[in-house]
Ligand binder design. Structure first.
Ligand code: GLU
Length: 446
């Protein structure tokens, strides 16, 4: 495989699709040695096929806001790869959503889902709709209008969307309500992340953050270290940062900082359960800022406007917000401040420069597609419960999530061992790639 040649051809075909090209480049760099040991992959043009989505649905979403004004957004569903199961992946509502972002996310999702050990293909969808400042009624009308188009392309055995940035339980509820009406079909398996009373799974809301901490715990154990007493910093204040903060605290670590687009908050004494729960209120407020956190907990915290969380000295850094949120300069700051481990909980949370800085410093670093796979894995467990028309206890789901995170960690170890260093990026990419590539090979040229 000639990585430069493939990248040049993709750049020519998809000019300006920055995030997508970045994600593909990272995987190609990781897998090219293994790929070259398998001439059957080249013969079946696996790499040329695996980097392109199966198809992209693009549609207009028209709706009426509270002032009675007509609004028009764009909606997408990128069905990336179905070699190992039905398309599966979240829906993102964010003003910056575009085909490049959703293609990168669908590509990542394909390998992430392969790592979960469950039979799920990769997909991603979303809209450039900005939920910031929208009323509940506006959110509902938008979700309904979005589903008016999306329902044609999805189904419990075809494509199963879920939440992502800007889409949580409330949005899934509104979309599911509309789906049922349109499809005249009441199969709860069509979406995951549903409410617990109507087909949702226990632990699904917490799963991304919990799974991430189980993974981090394995990384530390492998190094002979304990998570107890470690100082953790998270970015973001959504569902993912909430679950990660809660589990980190339960495991005995101290969450001493968080951040949002408006700045960062230091909590030197560590976040309490009340503070952690407040993260969900912040998110539900649709204001997209963390300053109110520092106002509410004025005695215990300090807000610095315009700064990222990475300026706060810590042992463990957990990006939990958005792609490329931690860049090369942030990595240098963290390293200079003595960070001991970095794990991406957001998808592609670190830039290539940041990853290189961590790897050059031989600092344990793990990528989102391994660390945050507990979210989609638990979605897979929700699908299993829906298909069987039953619900498991939280202990059962949590135990399965534990097993899955351990097996992902083992897969990373299997393919990521280097001289005195575990390259989790390489490990996760090769493990995910091998599974999807073999499935494509087995199923012929289709
Ligand atoms: N959006 C999450 C992710 O990035 C979850 C997807 C899902 O549950 O389908 O993996």
């Amino acid at each position: 495989m000639d990585v430069q040649k493939i990248m040049a051809s993709l750049e020519a075909k998809h000019p300006g699709e920055k995030e997508y090209l970045q994600a593909v480049h990272e995987v190609l760099e990781s897998v090219h040695d293994v790929y070259n040991q398998h001439p059957e992959f080249a013969k079946a043009k696996i790499i040329e096929r695996i980097v392109e989505p199966d198809r992209i649905h693009t549609f207009r979403v028209d709706w009426v806001d509270d002032k009675g004004e007509v609004q028009s957004n764009l909606g997408y569903r990128v069905q990336f790869n179905a070699a190992i199961g039905p398309y599966k992946g979240g829906i993102r509502f964010h003003k910056a959503v575009n085909p490049s972002m959703l293609k990168f996310l669908g590509f990542e999702q394909t390998f992430k889902n392969a790592l979960t050990t469950l039979p799920m293909g990769g997909a991603k969808g979303g809209s450039d709709f900005d939920p910031t400042g929208k009323s509940d009624a506006e959110i509902m009308r938008f979700c309904q209008a979005f589903m008016l188009e999306l329902w044609k392309y999805i189904g419990p055995d075809t494509d199963v969307p879920a939440g992502d940035v800007g889409v949580g339980g409330r949005e899934i509820g509104y979309m599911y309500g509309m789906y049922k009406k349109l499809a005249h079909e009441y199969n709860t398996g069509v979406l995951t992340g549903k409410g617990i009373n109507w087909g949702g799974s226990l632990i699904r809301p917490e799963a991304t953050g919990y799974g991430a901490l189980y993974f981090v715990d394995h990384m530390l154990k492998k190094l002979g270290r304990d998570i107890k007493g470690q100082r953790v910093v998270v970015s973001g204040f959504g569902n993912v940062a909430w679950g990660a903060s809660e589990k980190a605290t339960q495991l005995g670590a101290k969450v001493i900082g968080l951040s949002g687009p408006d700045g960062c908050v230091e909590v030197p004494g560590g976040m309490t359960q009340e503070m952690i729960d407040y993260l969900l209120e912040l998110r539900a407020s649709n204001r997209n800022i963390v300053a109110p956190f520092a106002e509410k907990f004025a005695k215990e915290s300090k807000f610095t406007a315009g700064k990222k969380a990475w300026v706060i000295p810590c042992d463990i850094a957990l990006p939990c917000a958005f792609q490329n949120e931690l860049d090369g300069d942030d990595a240098k700051t963290l390293i200079a401040n003595g960070v001991k481990l970095v794990a991406e909980v957001s998808n592609m949370g670190c830039t290539p420069e940041a990853i290189k800085a961590f790897q050059d410093a031989k600092l344990p670093f793990a990528p989102g597609k391994a660390v945050n796979a507990g979210g989609v894995a638990t979605s897979g467990l929700e699908m299993t419960q829906n298909a069987a028309h039953l619900s498991w206890t939280s202990e059962e789901v949590d135990a399965k999530l534990h097993q899955i995170m351990e097996s992902i960690h083992n897969a990373c170890l299997k393919y990521g061992q280097e001289e005195g260093y575990i390259n989790y990026v390489k490990g996760a990419n090769i493990a995910g790639f091998m599974k999807v590539a073999h499935a494509m090979l087995d199923q012929g040229v289709i």
